[in-house]
Design a protein around this ligand. Structure first.
Ligand SMILES: NC(=O)C1=CN([C@@H]2O[C@H](COP(=O)(O)OP(=O)(O)OC[C@H]3O[C@@H](n4cnc5c(N)ncnc54)[C@H](O)[C@@H]3O)[C@@H](O)[C@H]2O)[C@@H](O)CC1
Ligand SMILES: Nc1ncnc2c1ncn2[C@@H]1O[C@H](COP(=O)(O)OP(=O)(O)O)[C@@H](O)[C@H]1O
Ligand SMILES: [K+]
Length: 488
């Protein structure tokens, strides 16, 4: 499991450890981990050219100490100091190792300009150019030590100007990409877009939650020995999924394995029925039932001969392509008092499942409609909105997107990190609803069914895609292969 903690949790754990360790030991652990990640990227120290962007806090300290390690390994290391006072021990270490330190002026306290000595007032960009005198493009890598968990967006003007100077050079962020909001994954103004982020002790929320996750690059975790409480966020890994997956016991028959029922599709959208059934029919449940328009039922039978009609089930999937019939389908399914997946057109009636065991599966537009906010706001603050929806409906909410989020009151939010942008294809959501329904029918809780289903769906898309285009049916067909790879 990958776990992510809040800044407050990290600070508390750090305090405990600091009291036990010799002074500076924790920062040395962090800095060495950082230096080794940069060495890996450079393919060795000798001949490499490294630029450090150094802010006023310990994040800058990590960068400076790592710079000293790199300089001792033969790299040319230059530090641009973005504050009047930077970590003194780190600055000394870099000097002693032969690094070059250049000071960039700090903004005036008013924040309205710069404390220039003459009457001219330069732009942030001009000031950065004059102060450094360096040719940024000649660096192989930039290390972003501007701010870490102590940063509050937006980035100060000098830092933003320095970032403009180094655009296009590979970037390694120290702990977090500077300028992002660490605990929410939200953006506010200019920020670092990292190729690699080297983080310490645990992941932070911004590494996993979009939009910030998109700017964290590959995240490398350095263990510094923190003892941490229950996380704010978690991301299932293959072992976790394998442990949660149902597998038939030797005495299994189709009913003990669970029966999933699908009430989806309509004469207007018959394809949604076929795709929901394709997801449900991935083989995880013992049987699939389909209930709907007779003509659509015929299509389903022709495509999936093993699927049967109405009868007893252990979970329902309702809503994909259901059109005007969504409300009635949901009401009828609810009379069975079973866990259910509520998708697409049925989400407009989500209040009917308030407090019940269910998985609501909106994309950003649907969640916006449910909460009465703009879609752009959901996309800018997905974590905030998915938590809000889970509290409002007192049930499990899966917000679909690049990194889908599963929220349930009182539980860590689960983030899906499998998948490919090729999965953004019509009908992919219908397949997902079906898979989650199958998992509910096997007895998984809504929280596990949603997160395991979302993980499998993303992994199946990646497997089917092989880097190229896919359609929703390809995802459904790849599901058994992905399950087999985990249960073997
Ligand atoms: N907490 C831990 O367990 C550990 C922390 N370490 C490092 O320490 C960092 C935290 O250090 P700090 O608490 O000193 O905080 P930071 O270094 O993250 O940032 C604080 C400094 O940044 C300035 N700042 C804040 N917002 C800014 C903005 N928008 N633009 C420009 N400057 C801004 C503040 O004036 C302050 O001086 C971590 O991210 C990590 O890199 C590591 O050394 C090892 C262990
Ligand atoms: N950029 C992306 N990268 C990876 N997966 C994505 C991306 N955008 C969407 N997805 C996934 O694709 C699926 C789309 O589902 P949905 O929006 O319901 O489409 P539809 O209604 O056509 O079925 C979801 O599982 C979602 O998580
Ligand atoms: K940083």
């Amino acid at each position: 499991m990958i776990r992510a903690h809040t800044v407050e949790q990290v600070r508390a754990a750090e305090e405990t450890l600091l009291a036990e360790l010799p002074e500076g030991a924790l920062m040395q652990r962090a800095a060495h981990g950082l230096a080794h990640a940069v060495l890996d990227l450079l393919g060795g120290g000798y001949g490499g050219r490294v630029l450090l962007l150094v802010g006023s806090g310990d994040n800058g300290g990590d960068a400076l100490y790592a710079g000293a390690v790199l300089a001792r390994r033969g790299a040319y290391v230059e530090a641009w100091l973005l504050a009047e006072k930077v970590h003194p021990g780190g600055a000394d270490a870099l000097k002693r190792a032969g690094g070059t330190l250049r000071r960039l002026d700090t903004p005036s306290p008013s924040g309205s300009g710069y404390s220039t000595s003459g009457s001219a007032r330069w732009s942030s960009r001009e000031r950065a150019q004059r102060a450094t005198g360096s040719r940024p493009r000649s660096f192989d890598v930039v290390v972003d030590g501007i701010v870490g968990i102590g940063g509050r967006p937006p980035l100060r003007a000098d830092a933003a100007a320095a970032l403009e100077q180094v655009a296009g050079i590979p970037m390694v962020a120290v702990d977090t990409p500077s300028g992002v909001d660490v605990d929410s994954g939200e953006l506010a103004g200019p920020h670092v877009s990292a190729d690699v982020t080297v983080t310490f002790g645990t992941h932070k929320v911004a590494h996993l939650v979009d939009p910030a996750a998109l700017h964290s690059g590959v995240v490398h975790l350095v263990d510094i020995g923190l003892d941490l409480p229950a996380p704010a966020l978690e991301a299932l890994q293959p072992d976790d999924v394998a442990a949660l997956l149902p597998s038939p016991d030797p005495h299994a028959h189709k009913y003990t394995r669970g029966v999933v029922g699908v009430r989806a599709g309509s004469s207007t959208y018959p394809g949604a029925a076929l795709l929901s059934v394709a997801g449900a029919d991935c083989g995880l449940a013992g049987m699939v039932r389909y209930v709907g328009d007779p003509a659509v039922q015929e299509l389903v039978r022709a495509a999936h001969p093993e699927v049967v009609g109405d009868g007893r089930v252990q979970a329902w999937v309702v809503g994909s392509g259901a059109d005007d019939g969504a409300k009635d389908s949901l009401r009828t399914a609810l009379t069975d008092d079973l866990p259910l997946v509520v998708d697409a057109d049925a989400l407009a009636f989500a209040d009917l499942v308030t407090g019940l065991p269910a998985v609501l599966t909106p994309h950003a537009g649907e969640l916006a409609g449910m909460l009465g906010v703009d879609r752009a706001d959901v996309e800018a603050r997905p974590l905030h909105h998915v938590r809000e929806a889970a509290e409002l409906y007192r049930t499990t909410v899966l917000l679909k997107g690049r990194h889908s989020l599963v929220a349930e009151p009182g539980r860590p939010v689960r983030v899906t990190t499998t998948g490919t942008p090729w999965l953004a294809t019509a009908g992919a959501g219908d397949v997902l609803g079906g898979v989650i329904g199958a998992l509910l029918a096997t007895g998984l809780t809504p929280y596990d069914a949603a997160s395991v289903g979302s993980w499998l769906h993303g992994a199946a898309a990646t497997y089917a895609s092989q880097g190229g285009p896919i359609v929703a049916g390809d995802v459904a067909r790849a599901l058994p292969v992905v399950v087999a790879s985990l249960t073997r």
